[in-house]
Design a protein around this ligand. Structure first.
Ligand code: NAD
Length: 474
């Protein structure tokens, strides 16, 4: 933990960080409780006085240094991520780059916190509008993208002049520690960023939503926890932004290139073993393309190698824990029992070398229908669920038939159709013949139960700024 510039080692037994690829303990980290959260918030409140008065240029310099340090330490950060989170090393390296991008992007945005002047109806009056940091920010992040989800919050918060207390996911505190080391080594004064690691998140969450010094809660994780924390924070009039769960539809229209679409669908579905909030959960494929699409998908999925992310050629890492295995398996069994066709996978992997980790075989199901759990529940695992449609309107209706609204994908060669569907989808992020519609420069976030607010882009910094009006009689 890092509180007020001091790194703490556990004085009592800490908690174990487990490698999900083999179930072995990697390290122990301090198990912080409510008291640690209180101290961290007090340190952030104290540090805010000076940090909020620094110039955007000073803040920008530090963020740029932190960006350079993250890239210098890229290999080490990526290796730590593969060990504690499980994704293949190449994917971990990509994530470190993506995570560092937020520091460089917001280092620049710090200098563009513009105000405005507004004409008044009174000749003797002038209006000026300026922005100031919201204050102490409490941040909670998930395990699936354990580096970039941190910088996507801390980057804009620091750029805006806020101070931060962050609680990383209990499964991935080691990545958080390494990201914070980069920020400290870049020259952040004590108390500006604080890290509280904890096995039980509930007391920390309680303190975050009730401590009067916290002015803003930013959360990424499940919809259930996000709704609960947002509700409690709102009761105390704290600003809230949430990036929550998803249930992305992947629409393949009759005029699409089936090969391109199936390759894209396979790549994005099995990225991070399906543990991504923007992972396609339903592949809605036109009836004329279902056969070639399924064939290409199955052929590619059968070749995916599962194993430790440190091994060459591994594409499928472990799931995060036993509960995740059970959730995925339950969805697959339910689908098969209700009539879906299982083309490959559909079971836990227990071959030698994989038996002590949390591996699930990459799975393809077709003939998925609305009565199946997988049609509605977020899977967060390596299962491609193929659903057939025949009319454009019906496809759009099915795509929007979910309480989530994070990401969606469209494959078509008809520009008119691409626009119609883009405009008709109730989702915050839409890939059109593209499986990677994300960047530090682009707004990331969802509609409906997928969240509140946007991260990244020029919008991202606004989440950490208050608007102040001056009305001046001259
Ligand atoms: P989770 O909600 O269980 O945990 C997320 C974080 O919340 C963790 O740090 C956890 O410790 C913390 N948490 C849990 N209960 C808490 C409490 N009572 N008080 C305070 N903190 C608490 O979710 P998860 O299973 O770790 O993550 C997966 C979910 O996150 C998925 O639903 C996924 O879609 C979502 N996610 C969304 C985005 C996005 O940007 N929209 C990105 C990554 C993950």
């Amino acid at each position: 933990m890092l509180i007020d510039g001091n790194w703490m080692t556990p004085d009592e037994p800490g908690f174990d960080v487990i490698n999900p690829a083999d179930g072995k303990v990697l390290e122990q980290v301090p198990n912080g409780g409510r008291e640690a959260a209180k101290q961290a918030i007090a340190a952030a409140a104290q540090a805010l006085k000076a940090w909020s008065k620094t110039t955007p240029y000073e803040r920008s310099d530090i963020l740029r240094k932190a960006h350079a340090l993250m890239l210098e330490r890229k290999e080490d950060l990526a290796r730590t991520m593969t060990l504690e989170q499980g994704k293949p090393l190449r994917a971990a390296l990509n994530e470190v780059q993506y995570g560092a991008d937020f520091l460089s992007w917001f280092a620049e945005e710090a200098k563009r916190i513009y105000g405005e002047t507004i004409p008044s109806a009174r000749g003797d009056q002038r209006f000026i509008v300026s922005h100031q940091p919201v204050g102490v920010v409490a941040a909670v992040t998930p395990w699936n993208y354990p580096v970039s989800m941190i910088t996507r919050k801390v980057g804009p918060a620091l750029a805006a002049g806020c101070t931060v207390v962050l609680k990383p996911a209990e499964a991935t505190p080691l990545c958080a520690i390494k990201v914070f080391e980069c920020l400290v080594d870049a020259g952040l004064p004590p108390g500006v960023i604080n890290l509280v690691t904890a096995l039980d998140p509930a007391p920390i969450g309680d303190e975050f939503v009730s401590n009067p010094s916290v002015r803003k809660l930013t959360f990424t994780g499940s919809t259930a926890v996000g709704k609960m924390l947002a509700g409690q924070a709102a009761a105390n009039m704290k600003r809230v932004s949430c990036e929550l769960g998803g249930h992305a539809p992947f629409l393949v229209f009759e005029d699409a290139d089936a090969v391109h679409a199936a390759k894209g669908a396979q790549m994005v579905k099995f990225l991070n073993t399906g543990q991504a909030c923007i992972s396609p959960n339903r592949m809605l494929v036109h009836k004329n393309l279902v056969a070639p699409f399924t064939e290409i998908m199955v052929d590619r999925v059968r070749k995916l190698k599962a194993g430790s992310g440190l091994e060459e050629g591994v594409a499928i890492g472990p799931l995060v824990n036993q509960t995740a295995i059970e959730k995925v398996d339950n969805q697959v069994r339910d689908a098969v029992a209700r009539g879906a066709t299982l083309h490959c996978g559909g079971h836990r992997l227990t071959d030698a070398g994989l038996d002590t980790g949390f591996f699930y075989a990459p799975t393809v199901l077709s003939g998925v229908t609305e009565d199946m759990l997988i049609y509605r529940e977020e899977t967060f695992g390596p299962v491609a669920a193929i659903i057939e449609f025949d009319e454009e309107e019906r496809a759009l209706e099915m795509a929007n038939d979910t309480e989530y609204g994070l990401a969606a994908y469209i494959y078509t060669r008809d520009i008119g159709r691409a626009f119609r569907i883009f405009e008709g989808l109730n989702f915050g992020i839409i890939g059109i013949n593209d499986i990677n519609p994300t960047s530090a420069a682009a707004p990331f976030g969802g509609m409906k139960d997928s969240g509140l607010g946007r991260e990244g882009s020029r919008e991202g910094i606004m989440e950490y700024l208050e608007t102040k009006l001056g009305g001046i009689a001259i």
